[in-house]
Design a binder for this molecule. Structure first.
Ligand SMILES: [Cu+2]
Length: 495
């Protein structure tokens, strides 16, 4: 329980972590005995409420969903060794089902609307109990398009290491926001295109309020235009706020910060720009990687990045998240108490490039898969276009799909070939996979749960089939998923 049976001496940070008190503001005194007790795994059942809320965006009130956990805070934070033992209470006024993105629970607790695991009706409560894996995760609705209406929250599982080291944790969750309903946004995409079926495939003719869409970025290999940003959003949020009124997180001058970045946007990819700071990527999608230093870091939809930053001084240090292909950006500000924080421009000087695999190709898992040839390799073709707006997987459209069959104990490889001019962030439920090839070149890449497959590119992932069930495998661009780009990975033992 205690290393070498020595009494635990906690740093200030560890006490803050252990006590679960918010980082900002004054730091309460905490007796060591109580702090040590707080390190013991909790066994109590936690309550998570799916509900509605009003937030202010661009000075206007906006109705949104929300997932509120213990202490009235968004989402759930677990202590080392604590089980995910949660009552999900549905107060959203409509049925919902919440997916624990990146976690590896039994499939019946995955939060996907299979016939065997239907959505939770309004007013009902559903219980979950499984052993979580440590790291930066998140949760989101897998019902309809509730995710676009902010039915999302962080899911942070602390490791023993997190509590041992002296650093401040900052969670930064990103969203794309529209005052239109998700149904209106989707209708805009499908209607505008069906009425203009002669629109060129690269989407340059993209019209109405649905996205400047394209930003004319060039795919360097093919020299052709690629498509980004299907939707013209009203705002981009960092921890529910725009950059006109950003969250200011109080840090210690010269302190160390662990930035837990979560791209919870429905259809937007970001470049994280640390500005004057340099960070060290320590984990992706919750899984440790060998350290990579950087200042501009791509973050595809649904991915997470853990970045360690040593602050050189008091700041302020803005952490930018710039939308790929656009000047628009959001973010938070790290600043010591008393450091002046001036208003930040919501537009960068230049459009950002498309999010790419420049970081992915440099990542190496700390704990890679054991060396083993695949027992089965599935090839998956991604196809579709902006006009008509429809996206397929192996020429099929969800829910009319042929499952990718696997058997427990197999090493499974999935080769994903993108035959479109858009990037697709592909997410596999219930398994952590390793990125083992990019555009045909083998690598011992990151272990993660979501990987970007760039336009006309390919990525091969591998995993051990150790979690029998029915599992979704899909593009995490919500509008691509809704128009078909999803399939099932099914274990033969499941009928
Ligand atoms: Cu996609």
């Amino acid at each position: 329980m205690r290393e070498n049976d020595k009494p635990i001496v906690l740093t200030r940070r560890q006490m803050i972590l252990a006590s679960g008190v918010a980082m900002a503001g004054t730091i309460p005194f905490l007796p060591t005995t109580r702090a040590a007790a707080a390190l013991e795994p909790r066994t109590a059942k936690l309550r998570l409420t799916a509900g509605t809320r009003t937030l202010a965006v661009n000075g206007k009130p906006a109705r949104a969903f929300g997932l509120i956990g213990p202490g009235g805070k968004p989402g759930i934070t677990l202590s080392p060794g604590e089980r995910f033992h949660v009552d999900l209470v549905n107060r959203a006024g409509t049925s919902t089902i919440i997916h624990w993105h990146g976690q590896l629970p039994p499939w019946t607790q995955d939060g996907f609307p299979w016939p065997q695991t239907p959505p939770i009706p309004a007013g009902d409560t559903h219980s979950y109990d499984y052993a979580p894996i440590a790291g930066t995760f998140w949760m989101h609705s897998h019902q309809g398009m509730q995710e676009q209406s902010l039915m999302t929250a962080p899911l942070i599982v602390h490791s023993a290491e997190d509590l041992r080291v002296d650093r401040q944790e900052v969670v930064l969750m990103l969203h794309d926001f529209s005052f239109h309903t998700p149904e209106e946004l989707l209708a805009g995409l499908t209607k505008s295109n069906s009425s203009q079926s002669a629109m060129p495939k690269n989407g340059m003719g993209h019209n109405m309020n649905m996205g400047s869409g394209v930003m004319g970025a060039m795919n360097m290999e093919s020299g052709t235009a690629i498509d980004l940003n299907d939707i013209d959003y009203d705002a981009f949020l960092a921890n529910d706020r725009t950059f006109a009124d950003p969250e200011v997180i109080r840090t210690e001058p010269g302190g160390r910060v662990l930035l837990r970045l979560i791209n919870a946007a429905s259809a937007t990819q970001f470049w994280i720009d640390l500005g004057a700071l340099t960070g060290t990527v320590a984990a992706v999608d919750g899984h440790p990687v060998r350290p990579v230093r950087g200042t501009r870091l791509p973050l595809a939809i649904a991915q997470r990045l853990d970045v360690l930053i040593d602050l050189p001084g008091a700041g302020p240090y803005p952490i930018f998240a710039q939308v790929e292909g656009k000047r628009a950006r959001t973010g938070v500000v790290l600043a010591a108490s008393g450091a002046p924080v001036s208003r930040l421009d919501e537009e960068a000087a230049e459009n950002a490039l498309p999010v790419d695999l420049s970081l992915e190709s440099r990542l190496e898992a700390v704990s890679p898969l054991a060396l083993r040839a695949p027992d089965v390799t599935h090839r998956v073709i991604l196809a579709g276009a902006m006009a008509p707006y429809a996206w397929s997987l192996n020429n099929e459209y969800w829910p009319n799909v042929t499952p990718l069959m696997i058997t427990r104990g197999q090493r499974v490889a999935i080769e994903v070939l993108n035959r479109t001019m858009m990037p697709h962030p592909m997410h596999l439920h219930g398994h952590a996979f390793q990125v083992v090839a990019i555009n045909g070149a083998p690598l011992s890449g990151a272990v993660r749960d979501t990987v970007l497959v760039p336009p006309m590119g390919s990525v091969t992932i591998a995993f051990d089939a150790d979690n029998p069930g029915r599992w979704a495998f899909h593009c995490h661009n919500l509008y691509h998923m809704m128009t078909g780009m999803m399939t099932e990975v099914r274990y033969a033992s499941i009928t």
